[in-house]
Design a protein around this ligand. Structure first.
Ligand SMILES: [Zn+2]
Length: 590
């Protein structure tokens, strides 16, 4: 990974952190920094901070941090080299052709090539006389030939080795085929085609590469291997990060995206003229998928089956979507049909009407609250109104609350004052619970930092001193001269801090500035978060030199104490005291 440092610096200079992050996060100025809602975890109050002065970012909620490369690598789901390439491309910097290790990129390219060739193989087989059964199946499902071609659909023959033979003839190695997960290896060590006698849906990412496959068994033949066989995670594919159809939908969904359950629903709706449709790949909706969607659209319409599983999926999805700023609506398909069936029976216009009539998340919840309640009895109505009050109380929009309260009062003949009082009472309870949760969230990162640097338990006092020591040096690199004699990295007690210090020492010894980018390739985003918070925190303060000397003294004392005494005695009270200290500092506002 030896891209010349001046090239890295030029790319960084041209992709200014504030402008780059603004493309993904709505940032507001706060003093000399900027804040926004963190794109990496759900939150309602902004704790994601950008520091233009040091070209870095840090989230006080989930602890990730780093430079412009770390940010793009996380949000675009790319590795370090790919991120450098992307940002170089965006800003017109030419990278030197060789001289750095891109073996991972080569492997990924090979997997893309294998996938593309495999998709072609499946498609050609389906178009041949032997594959007519598959073409017939798609046609029976109402797909036109042009739709079939557009989605690159195909089929796997009923054979254990025809794909292997074909890919070998194209020059691919068995090892690479295994990596691409298109073949498997038996316990006896023989290789076999993973997909047999199935109709095949290629999965294509936003850049148009085939990244994996979803294979569906023919009706009545799904005993072996189940109804669906999908690509497992490979270097280019993680099912929880991708959505079927996103490659087409991304250009048609600036206003709204529709989430359906299955691949066939996506294809059938696309054929009927609805191009803004995606489906999760055999999983419940994940937060990664929500992040992907939220980059392209303002509103998401959940169109899931009306059965119990579908209801559960809607509930889960609306919880995930709650903190994203996307508006959420729900479509209930009459008669428990799936979208594919509905559109075939009723046509696109009726379907569009269904889409337009999608109810808001709150209306949907009000509808659901009425299920299984007998509204003809006083008892039932009372039960429903309490449930409905809960739903309304959860909405933060005072106007929306007023509208729904009004509607319910009219419909069920209760007094407005009574229902409003009930909702207000529930809101006060919710707010108390939320405050409690927020306090817990403030405490949580402290614990996760302990997981990052588990040695902290050995000597919380030493660890705190190390952190302040690093903070001073990061902010006043010239003080290194004072420290270096007494503090070789071996004197550090905790491993994460020692690693940070080692990189810092190397950098300063070679006469460079300890910029976040020096650390970015060598630490994880969570570890970088620790670094950025030290670099931008106020630990160094005004008496930085005194703080530095105190820290050295504490670290050396702790080191001596640990090597002389029984380490298992590392005092729990010490640890608790320093934890309390940190929490107090945090709650005073970093
Ligand atoms: Zn965060």
């Amino acid at each position: 990974m030896a891209i010349p440092e001046d090239v890295i610096n030029e790319i960084k200079y041209r992709n200014d952190i504030e402008t780059t992050i603004s493309q993904y996060v709505n940032l507001k100025r706060r003093g000399k920094n900027l804040v926004g809602l963190c794109p990496f975890h759900g939150e309602k109050t902004p704790s994601f901070t950008v520091y233009p002065e040091s070209s870095s970012f840090y989230c006080f909620g989930c602890g990730v941090g780093g430079d412009v490369f770390t940010f793009c690598s996380l949000i675009e789901n790319l590795d370090y080299i790919e991120t450098v390439k992307l940002l170089a491309e965006r800003s017109g910097v030419t990278l030197p052709q060789d001289g750095y290790d891109d073996s991972m990129q080569r492997l990924k390219n090979t997997v893309y090539d294998i996938n593309r060739e495999t998709a072609r193989f499946f498609h050609n087989y389906m178009m041949s006389p032997e594959g007519k059964w598959a073409l017939d199946y798609y046609m029976q499902r109402g797909l036109s030939l042009s739709t079939i071609k557009h989605f690159g659909l195909g089929a796997a023959p009923d054979s254990w080795d025809s794909l292997i033979k074909h890919l070998k003839s194209k020059g691919f190695s068995v090892q690479d085929m295994l990596t691409a997960n298109v073949i498997g290896k038996s316990q006896k060590g023989t290789f076999y085609d993973r997909f047999r006698k199935r109709v095949m849906f290629p999965i294509i990412n936003i850049r148009g590469n085939v990244i994996g496959f979803s294979g569906r068994a023919m009706p009545g033949e799904d005993k072996q291997g189940g109804k669906y066989v999908n690509t497992s995670d490979t270097p280019v594919y993680k099912k929880s990060d991708n959505l079927f159809g996103i490659n087409y939908a991304k250009n048609h969904c600036s206003e709204r995206i529709v989430l359906v359950e299955g691949n066939m629903d996506v294809i059938a709706l696309h054929q009927a003229g609805f191009e803004n449709v995606v489906a999760p790949l055999g999983t419940a909706l994940t937060s990664e998928q929500v992040n992907l969607i939220s980059r392209y659209t303002k509103e998401i319409v959940l169109m899931l089956d009306a059965d119990a599983a579908g209801q559960k999926a809607i509930k889960r999805a609306s919880q995930l979507l709650e903190n994203t700023g996307l508006s959420v609506r729900v479509v209930l398909i009459p008669d428990g049909k799936d979208p594919d069936e509905y559109i075939k029976k009723n046509g696109p216009d009726r379907f569009r009407a269904l889409l337009e009539g999608a109810v808001s998340d709150i209306e949907y919840k009000l509808l659901m609250a009425a299920q299984d309640i007998n509204l003809d009895s006083d008892d039932g109505r009372l039960k429903y109104l309490s449930a409905a009050a809960e739903v309304i109380a959860a909405d933060d929009d005072v106007m929306a609350r007023d509208i729904y309260i009004g509607r319910l009062c009219e419909k069920y003949g209760v007094s407005r004052t009574a229902l409003t009082a009930k909702v207000d009472q529930l809101r006060r309870k919710n707010i108390r619970q939320r405050q409690k949760k927020e306090i817990n969230e403030i405490i949580k990162p402290v614990f996760s930092k302990n997981d990052l640097n588990p040695d902290k338990r050995i000597s919380p006092k030493g660890c705190a001193a190390e952190e302040s020591f690093l903070a001073v040096l990061l902010q006043h690199p010239d003080f290194y001269e004072i420290a270096k004699e007494q503090m070789p990295p071996e004197n550090f007690i905790t491993s994460l801090n020692r690693r940070i210090y080692e990189i810092l020492v190397q950098t300063l010894e070679s006469g460079r500035m300890p910029d976040v980018s020096v650390f970015a390739p060598k630490l994880t985003p969570a570890e970088l978060g620790v670094l950025v918070s030290l670099q931008n925190g106020d630990k160094a303060g005004q008496n930085a030199k005194t703080v530095l000397k105190d820290c050295i003294r504490v670290i050396l004392e702790e080191k001596a104490r640990l090597s002389s005494s029984d380490t298992s005695n590392a005092s729990v009270e010490d640890w608790a005291a320093s934890l309390k200290d940190i929490i107090e500092k945090k709650s005073k506002g970093n």
